[in-house]
Write a protein that binds this ligand. Structure first.
Ligand code: NDP
Length: 248
């Protein structure tokens, strides 16, 4: 048990739930955040996790809203404890070819997937700087590294997320804070299962490992980056994609 707090945005989602569980197993008190105002759904999730042996605190904030993020972070710091780990995992897709893309679908993806990272990180950073300790882990995507048909908005936001990671890592390295990204390939969550089956099968055929990843495979990487074993890693992007995209 390490008594520190890990805050996971999108913590009730497919990948976020698994990250929350991994960090809990590693001894963190985990605050999972949701945007959904459906209290019943959150209560159901808490009960499900409890049955599986996990205790979580759930807080609500829209990551696109800077003020709401700041208030939530202050509340967590006051009522739960010092946030040692921030995992920016909240994200959405609104796919279409650019030719057909509404401005609203561009704005929604950029404000959730990229502004959200700024809003949450900025809210947590002063606390981490004061304590000279912290881990910030941004869940990006393989499609931010290589681009993807129909995802100019998503690819731009996810690539931007890594630019943010590299720049911030340099600013805070001296203050004992590491900042890294994890770039998942295709992971079997609702976000990906919503893709038409034929397109999905085609995507899987392009993955050298010939399968989608499991949320736990992302969570294990996050668990490692949050741990003492990753103390000298900062400004890095860790791809977890079954060989779908390789680079150095
Ligand atoms: P889910 O849809 O299961 O989870 C996404 C989470 O984001 C939800 O829990 C949702 O919260 C939260 N969210 C969405 N909008 C907001 C908002 N405005 N404010 C706060 N929270 C918000 O998707 P995944 O688990 O699959 O994805 C998690 C992350 O991993 C995303 O960033 C995604 O881009 C990334 N990723 C996923 C891949 C995949 O193959 N699945 C591949 C590469 C990257 P709630 O519903 O509780 O309100």
């Amino acid at each position: 048990m390490n008594n520190s707090v890990a805050l996971v945005t999108g913590g009730l989602g497919g990948i976020g739930s698994e990250i929350s569980r991994k960090l809990s197993e590693n001894g963190y008190t985990v605050v999972a955040t949701t945007f959904n105002k459906d209290i019943e759904k959150a209560d159901e999730w808490i009960a499900e996790q409890k049955t599986a042996g996990f205790e979580f605190i759930v807080e609500e904030a829209d990551v696109t809203n800077f003020e709401a993020c700041g208030k939530m972070v202050e509340h967590v710091e006051k009522t739960v404890g010092p946030i040692e780990v921030l995992v920016n995992c909240a994200g959405i897709t609104r796919d279409s070819f650019l030719k057909n893309m509404d401005e609203s679908n561009w704005d929604a993806v950029l404000s959730t997937n990229l502004d959200g990272v700024f809003n949450m990180t900025k809210s947590v950073l002063d606390f981490m700087l004061t304590r000279e300790s912290g881990r910030i882990i941004n869940i990006s995507s393989v499609n931010g590294q290589r681009g993807q048909f129909g995802q100019t908005n998503y690819s731009a936001a996810k690539a931007g997320m890594h630019g943010f990671t590299m720049a911030l890592s340099q600013e805070v390295a001296r203050k004992g804070i590491t900042v890294n990204s994890v770039s998942p390939g295709y992971i079997a969550t609702n976000m990906v299962m919503a893709i038409d089956e034929e397109i999905r099968d085609n995507l899987i055929s392009q993955i050298p490992m010939q399968r989608m990843g499991k949320p736990a495979e992302i969570a294990n990487t996050v668990g490692f980056l949050a741990s003492g074993d990753a103390s000298y890693i900062t400004g890095a992007n860790i791809p977890v994609n079954g060989g779908l995209f390789t680079s150095f």
